[in-house]
Ligand binder design. Structure first.
Ligand code: FES
Length: 93
């Protein structure tokens, strides 16, 4: 999808999720950039092992937890950055 003609975008940045290269626009969250790239499963649930992904989109539900440098972070509240390495909490379902 191309942006509306009146929206001026700065060049995108590149990060990786589970080794996959993804582009995001500065100011955008990792969760939204992944959704635009078609990545909706960010990990698996601790109980039934079912798929987890963006749900509330504002830092309340913890369904979008991922890892960056060994720390758990919410993908919906993590800004994209050039070279950011994002991993799922465990193997993807
Ligand atoms: S989607 Fe709910 S905390 Fe990120």
């Amino acid at each position: 999808m191309s942006p509306a003609p009146h929206i001026r975008r700065v060049p995108p940045v590149r990060f990786t999720f589970a080794g996959r290269a993804v582009e995001g626009h500065p100011g955008e969250s990792v969760g939204v950039a992944l959704m635009r790239a078609g990545v909706t499963v960010l990990g698996k649930g601790p109980g039934d092992g079912g798929p987890r992904g963006m749900f509330c989109g504002m830092g309340l539900c913890q369904e979008c937890l991922v890892q960056v440098a060994g720390r758990r972070v919410e993908a919906c509240r993590l800004a994209v950055a050039e070279g950011l390495v994002v991993e799922p909490l465990g193997p993807l379902p």
